[in-house]
Each structure stands twice: as C-alpha cells, then as structure tokens.
Design a protein around this ligand. Structure first.
Ligand code: SF4
Length: 462
C-alpha cells in the first residue's frame, strides 16, 4: 500500500481539478474538533476532484467521522453503517470510510460488524485520506480483490498537518492543541487522540491572520485542555495567556473564545487576561464534572471542589459580567445519592449560566468502564432529570436578570426559524434574537435586552 501523504504545500498548490470525479458526504458526530477534522477531510477530497453532495444517497465517497466520548454516537454510527450498506452494493463506485475516535478505538469491531466499509482511518491520519480513496478506487477499477485498507492504532504524537485553504466564515474553530495528558478515568480521548501536544504559536497566528483576511471576525481556539497550551514547544514554553495577547494584536480579528479549559491549569494570569484583553470574550466554559471531592478523585480530575470554587470566585470578582458554563456527569460508577446531592448543592451555589449535563456512559477500555459498581440506568436517568430541572430554573433566572441591559452582539445571520429575525451571541455567550436590517450581518451591534427564555434572550437594536 502506498504511503503518499498530501502535504500542506500540495494542498495550497493544488488547483481545482478540471473534471469532477464525483461527490462526497461526511457525517460528523461529536465535538468541535471533529467538526474541524471533517472540514479538513472535505478539503482534502476536493483536492482530488470530489465535490460536496447534497445528501448521503447521492455521494460517491461517504465518510462517517465518529465520536467515542459516549455510547450514543457510537450506536448511531453503527446504525448508519447498516442503513448505507445497500448503497455500497447497489453502486459499485461508492466508497465508504470510517474516521475519527471510534475508528481509532474500535477498528476491529468495525471490520467485523460492517464488512462493507472500505477503510478505517484513525484520528492522526487525515492527511492520508486522498491516497486511501485513490487506492480503493483503483482496486475497484481493476477488479482486484480489495484488502481492507486500514490506518488505525497509529496515534500520531506529532502535531497533525493543517493547511490554510479554509472556507471563509464569520466564525471559525482553530485547533491549537491535540490529545490529552490528564487521563480522566471515564474518558477515551487520551487513547484515541494521543498525548498532549501544542501547535507552534506562529502557525496559529498565521492561520488566524489568513482567516481574518477572508472575513473571519471570531475564532474559537480548540484543545482538550486548551489552557495548558504551550508546553513542549520547540520555541520554548508559551503560556496560553501569551497566545491570547498575541492574537489580540491581530488586525481584523474582533473576538476570541476558547474551549475547554481545565480547572487545575486555570491560573491567575489567564484571569487577568480575560479581564484586560479586549478581544477575549467574557465567557468561560469550565468543566466541573462533579460537585463531590471523592467523585472527582475517582474520576481522576486533578482538582477539588474548593479549588474549583476559588477559580469561580476570582473570575466573578475580577470580571463581574462573566458568563460561566460547565459540564457535569451524573451516575459515575459508585456515585451515591449523597454524592449526587453534593453536585446539586454546588450547582445551586455557583449558579452557572448553563451546563452540558450527561448520564455517565460506559466507555470500553477506560478504568471506569471496567468497574463493577455501575449505577443502574434508571437511577442515572432520574438524577439527570433532577439536575437538568435545577439548572433550567437557574438559567431562566439568570437570563431574566439580563432584561434591560445592553449587550454587544456579533450578528451572525437570520434565525433559522424566522428569517426576519437576526441572531448572534453576546460577549458572555448569550444567544440574542432581535429585528434588524440584514446589511448588519457580520457586524457587532449593541442590543437592548427586552425578554428572556431558557434558550437565550430577545432584544432590540440599541
Ligand atoms: S481532560 Fe479528561 S475528559 Fe478532558 S479530554 Fe482529557 S482525559 Fe478526557
């Protein structure tokens, strides 16, 4: 099998092929990192002559970019593989590939359960996609027996190659760090995405500068523990706060967000930067996971409830308008009713603006997945419902308190539900809907809040 890898330079130099070879469709599950990978994969396919298909049934290359963080997206991927199997046999030129975290962690199972899959591509090998597609297509053409090509188990420890040929957008995700060194006991990411490594600062600055030239006003920096960015760089350690200041100096860029920071690495210089750096938005999504110290220890989260609360206190003291959101897992193995009650009580104490709340989902290959003291599904669901009810009440109360305030909103476009209404996010990450001229899309506007709901705010141009 050939080892051709398309380099960033190849991509930059590649002109669009004269004849279109077919179309592609990428189904993505999971986090923004996966969304970003899918965009890269689409661009790689375009360099060899494929165009985006309107729907999966029309596509010649079908990619499933999978997520292993919870069981549900994995089930969905297997279910879709079953649904598209007839396409593979009915149309001899259809190529099906599975990519992403599930491809990395469960390649053998994919081969066994879905023999119609043409290739499995791990998270570090996106650059090999064009070569892989060419190889499958050629073997089909010459009716050779196809050995299932496979790229898996190869968790790259390098920084994956990226190129600058990105689609112009008002808001863009920019990965700055890959992998993770924290090894939370419930999480498969260190296995599927490898050890933590950071992109060189100059690469990031270059990419963001190119994006802003193309019209991007807001970037969201991505990393599994984004604020531990900058270790082990050839140029020496670059603190995350320093990267934020350097991005702040880029002309054309108006807003900087990042996700997700890790509590233990949330240091004072970052809080100062959020306070002082005009382009860094006043919103922090800080995963807490549990409000109980024993649970945090079992999860191998390297902080305590007290140290987490200290960060919240400092953030609120220095940046009173800060929007705070979090992630919570309920029903981690061994979680007692009392420990769950501690989480409820911390949620009441902190009063987050919003939270992503999940029932613990067994991830094979993780320490927590092997535990015998799993919490029954019924109990997990019931706890999750109580937590969501509490958080929804808090979110509504916080949103209600916004009425009468004037917020700075980046206007993203019309609301998908009502094209006469514009929408965008405030600096604090509140979704705001209001009437206004479409000419103002892409600009920052002052909006006076006139009403609130669970999902966000309504307002009028100030
Ligand atoms: S910090 Fe924990 S939950 Fe987040 S990616 Fe790393 S191991 Fe997974």
């Amino acid at each position: 099998m050939s080892q051709i890898v398309v380099s960033p330079r190849d991509l930059l130099n590649a002109s669009r092929p004269k004849t279109q070879r077919g179309t592609y469709y990428i189904q993505t599950w999971g986090c923004q990192m996966n969304e970003e990978d899918s965009e890269q994969m689409g661009l790689y396919l375009e360099t060899i002559g494929f165009e985006k298909a309107d729907n999966i049934t029309q596509a010649h290359v079908i990619l499933l970019n999978t997520c292993s963080v919870r069981r549900k997206p994995e089930d969905k991927a297997f279910s879709l593989l079953g649904e598209i199997e007839p396409l593979r046999w009915a149309k001899p030129d259809v190529i099906i590939g599975v990519c992403g975290c599930m491809a990395q962690a469960r390649a053998d199972e994919i081969r066994r359960r879905a023999p119609h899959v043409d290739f499995v591509l791990g998270t570090g090998d996106i650059g090999q996609l064009p070569a892989l597609v060419e190889e499958v297509a050629q073997k089909r053409r010459f009716q050779k027996r196809i050995e299932l090509p496979e790229r898996k188990g190869n968790v790259v420890e390098d920084v994956p190659q990226r190129h600058l040929g990105r689609t112009p957008k008002l808001k863009a995700f920019v990965p700055i760090q890959y992998g993770c060194d924290k090894f939370c006991t419930f999480c498969i990411v260190p296995t599927t995405r490898g050890r933590e490594r950071s992109r060189p600062t100059l690469d990031i600055l270059d990419e963001v500068a190119t994006l802003t030239t193309g019209g991007t006003k807001e970037v969201t920096l991505l990393g599994q523990t984004v604020n531990s960015y900058g270790k082990n760089l050839l140029e020496g350690r670059v603190p995350f706060s320093s990267l934020l200041w350097q991005l702040n100096d880029l002309p054309g860029l108006e807003r900087i967000r990042y996700t997700s920071p890790y509590p233990r690495d949330f240091r004072a210089d970052l809080i100062d930067t959020i306070r002082d750096c005009p382009k860094v938005m006043e919103h922090v999504h800080l995963p807490m996971q549990s409000g109980d110290d024993a649970m945090l220890k079992e999860m191998h989260r390297l902080y305590t409830v007290e140290s987490y609360l200290e960060i919240v206190q400092k953030l609120r003291k220095q940046i009173p308008a800060i929007g705070l959101t979090t992630d919570i897992i309920v029903g981690f193995p061994g979680e007692t009713e009392e420990q769950f009650a501690n989480t409820l009580s911390i949620m009441e104490k902190v009063r987050f603006d919003g939270a992503f709340m999940f029932a613990y989902s067994i991830r094979p290959g993780t320490p927590a997945g092997d535990r015998i003291d799993q919490v029954p599904e019924k109990v997990k669901k019931e706890r999750l419902a109580r937590l969501i009810a509490l958080q929804n009440t808090i979110t509504c109360e916080i949103n209600e308190a916004y009425v009468g305030r004037t917020l700075e909103v980046l206007i993203e476009g019309p609301s998908p539900k009502n094209p006469k209404i514009l929408q965008g996010y405030s600096r604090e990450f509140k979704m705001v809907h209001f009437e206004g001229p479409i000419e103002r899309i892409g600009r920052v506007a002052e909006v006076r809040v006139t009403g609130s709901q669970l999902w966000g705010l309504r307002g009028e141009l100030a």
